[in-house]
Write a protein that binds this ligand. Structure first.
Ligand code: CA
Length: 415
């Protein structure tokens, strides 16, 4: 059994999206595979509290399987008013309908995508008025000649009140972005409380951020963008740049920039104040959670977590914002951001941000401080035998786990 899971992880390290595999070389992974073997009982999902988690305060949860049968699922999204029906994205381009508690799925659409390494169909957002306008937004990578291009595209559902039987049509491409490498494509797109669409881009990949995209807000790479998809588009764009964006009239930056200095913000979501919470995947040593405020610079590649990255000592710190939380290699290797739990089932978890490590299967929660530069401590929710590529949240505030390994969706419930 151990061997099987070690192999499983090894395969995913090389070929899947969330693991950010290029940061770890092959020898390192082979040498440390035992450290990351899945613990616990895969049949009935019993968590293990081990390592640094033993010193953390514990929040008891259980994972209830609510759907299955997905092939390398990358994202799970509920329409804004919905707690039963959802869409799941698969890395290779399928969008599927599913229903909590029903072991039934239906293919809604198949996109042609490039799904090498961390590429593929990576993120989706329902428009806040989806039930009225049927608008859905997708983030996926295509091949055009020898180039890999990320598309942010708007699609229209033919029957937004009947999710299962809807079709997607009328693609409208909002952004095309060339990806220099097949990793760090990021993925999440999401509407904020302000009804603006937020897009998190990675640094463009390879390792060490060779083109210094993280610290260059003149490129979309390494930045979080904020765009208006509802107003009349600007003359040369397929969307409007909101005039209250922090660099709207500043030549320093692309006007779409909301914040920058990210390495691979694979998953982000919003807190109750509407601030993006970014889980930025680290390279050598540190994974981090940032509470993002407009116009700020989150440090990559000068900084990794709370530490210097380039150079290793006396790096730039002026004007750079630190995370609220970091963890190192004893806890895991690749952070997967989640959501603030606003459900009622687990009172100790209400109002806390839930996230995980893709490689180790550890799940944690942290409080969301008012002060975005306050450092917080984590609670352990245990180490589970799952490969968490993403989370989802329904309209009741319940948080779900997307298990890329077994293609299942679990709901986090009380014990
Ligand atoms: Ca950072």
């Amino acid at each position: 059994m151990k061997k099987k899971y070690t192999y499983f992880i090894f395969v995913f390290v090389l070929f899947t999206v969330g693991c950010d595999y290029l940061k770890k070389n092959l020898i390192y992974m082979l040498g440390s595979a035992d450290k990351y073997e899945i613990e616990g009982n895969a049949a009935n999902l019993v968590p293990v509290i081990s390592g640094l988690d033993e010193k953390r305060e514990k929040i008891d949860i259980s994972l209830r399987e609510v759907a299955n049968g997905f092939d390398q699922p990358t994202d799970l999204q509920f329409p804004p008013d919905e707690s039963k029906e959802f869409f799941v994205l698969e890395k290779k381009g399928k969008i599927l309908w599913g229903h909590v508690g029903k072991k039934e799925t239906k293919v809604i659409h198949q996109l042609t995508v490039k799904s090498e390494a961390e590429e593929g169909l990576l993120g989706m957002a329902f428009h806040p008025d989806f039930r009225k306008n049927g608008k859905i937004y997708l983030n996926y990578v295509i091949q055009e000649g020898k180039k890999d291009i990320s598309h942010i595209a708007e699609w229209t559902a033919t029957s937004p009140k009947d999710l299962k039987n809807t079709k997607l049509e009328s693609e409208r491409i909002l952004i095309e972005l060339e990806q220099p490498y097949a990793n760090h494509n990021a993925g999440q797109i999401l509407f904020g409380q302000d009804k603006m669409l937020y897009i998190g881009w990675g640094d463009g990949g390879w390792k060490d951020d060779p083109a210094h995209n993280g610290q260059n807000p003149k490129t979309f790479l390494g930045s979080m963008l904020r765009i208006d998809v509802d107003s009349t588009p600007d003359k040369d764009k397929a969307y409007k740049v909101p005039e209250d964006n922090p660099f709207y009239a500043d030549k320093c930056c692309k006007p779409e920039t909301f914040a920058y200095g990210f390495r691979n913000p694979w998953r982000f979501s919003f807190d109750s104040k509407g601030r993006p919470i970014v889980a930025d995947v680290g390279q050598d040593l540190w994974e981090e959670v940032d509470i993002v405020e407009k116009g700020k610079n989150y440090g990559w590649n000068a900084r990794e977590g709370f530490h210097c990255f380039e150079p290793k000592e006396k790096c730039k710190t002026d004007g750079l914002s630190d995370p609220v939380y970091e963890y190192g290699r004893e806890d895991g290797q690749s952070i997967t951001g989640g959501y603030v739990y606003t459900g009622k089932d687990i009172s100790k978890l209400t109002g806390k941000y839930v996230f995980a490590d893709f490689m180790s299967g550890r799940i944690w929660a942290i409080p969301v401080p008012d002060n975005a530069s306050e450092k917080v401590n984590s609670y352990t929710l245990g180490k589970w035998p799952v490969l968490i590529s993403s989370f989802g949240r329904d309209a009741d505030g319940n948080v779900y786990i997307v298990d890329m390994g077994k293609g299942k969706i679990f709901r986090i419930e009380g014990k």
